[in-house]
Design a protein around this ligand. Structure first.
Ligand SMILES: [Zn+2]
Length: 311
């Protein structure tokens, strides 16, 4: 898909596509440099798997690294750009957010414009105009339409883990639009989404102590696969609290399979989740979410010291 024809109506989409290289690209490049290696190190340690294929018959006894390449693209085959054009062809997201911020800032100043020398009418007209622009849409409705409903269907709106060749794509148009609407740091949002996609890669092709990986990943229950990616994203964010606001803000806009992990923490410790994941990967049939959660309960019980011994 060629995004550079700029045949999208929405003014924000157009501007992002036109200005990306000189305005935003470096922000994401720096975020990748900052977070890529430390995310991989964290996942390797907490899941205890490695992106290293040590099948001796295949590589003559040598371990071969499993590269998980990361690329940045405008959108996932234009799905977000088309959605924006379908619902909000003329909404300038940045202007909308600035007008809302202006109204918030103007509210406490209003009494000062009662002063006899103040340009009262001009101020009232300015407020009217800002209210008109900001009032055309409801922010929560925009977020629900563009993001929450997409997540409900299991769409990775901001990034994809392409399991056939174990590579990751992140999508800068939805990342920048969401960061604008919620007023969060796009670099932190990028880091959170990168952690989610890398968690898919580590849970899928990361080799355990026996050199095994998740062969049935393509058929895994969406709630289990996304739940695990979210679970490890949350563990990562806890380790790096500077990412917490971006993670919480994103989570509030998510739904369906992207919330499955909330039932696991803190009820199960991360070693229980890890052992359940390793067992799930070895299971010949894909486990449904209730089956996976039953496994969590059994694993937790198995690792609990009997009450009598703790007294
Ligand atoms: Zn995902």
């Amino acid at each position: 898909m060629n995004y550079h024809h700029y045949d999208y109506s929405n003014p924000t989409s157009q501007r992002i596509l036109q200005e990306f290289e000189h305005r935003h690209a470096s922000v994401f490049e720096q975020a990748k440099t900052r977070w890529n290696v430390r995310t991989r190190e964290f996942l390797r340690e907490i899941i205890r798997v490695r992106l290293l294929d040590s099948g001796p018959e295949l590589y003559g006894g040598k371990a071969a690294p499993i590269p998980v390449a990361i690329s940045l693209r405008p959108d996932n085959n234009g799905q977000f750009l088309r959605l924006v054009d379908a619902y909000y062809p003329r909404l300038d997201f940045l202007e909308f957010i600035r007008m809302r911020a202006f109204l918030d800032a103007a509210a406490p100043v209003q009494p000062d414009f009662q002063h006899p020398e103040a340009p009262t009418e001009a101020f009232a007209a300015t407020l009217d105009y800002a209210r008109q622009v900001a009032g055309r849409f409801q922010l929560e409705e925009v977020i629900s339409t563009l993001f929450t409903q997409m997540f409900q269907e299991g769409n990775d709106v901001f990034g994809s883990y392409l399991l056939r060749d174990s590579r990751i794509e992140l999508y800068y148009v939805p990342l920048l639009v969401f960061a604008t609407l919620r007023q969060i740091d796009p670099a932190a949002l990028y880091a959170v989404v990168l952690a989610h996609e890398l968690a898919h890669a580590y849970t899928h092709v990361g080799r355990d102590i026996d050199g095994r990986y998740w062969q049935g990943f393509a058929h895994a229950d969406l709630y289990v696969a996304e739940g695990l990616a979210q679970y490890y994203t949350e563990r990562f964010v806890q380790h790096y609290p500077e990412l917490e606001p971006a993670y919480r803000t994103l989570l509030a806009a998510q739904s369906g399979p992207y919330l499955a992990h909330l039932a696991w923490h803190p009820r199960y410790d991360h070693e229980t989740v890890r052992r359940t994941l390793i067992e799930t990967r070895r299971h010949p049939q894909p486990l449904s979410l209730p089956e996976f959660e039953a496994h969590l309960v059994r694993t937790q019980r198995g690792s609990t010291v009997p009450v009598a011994q703790t007294i």
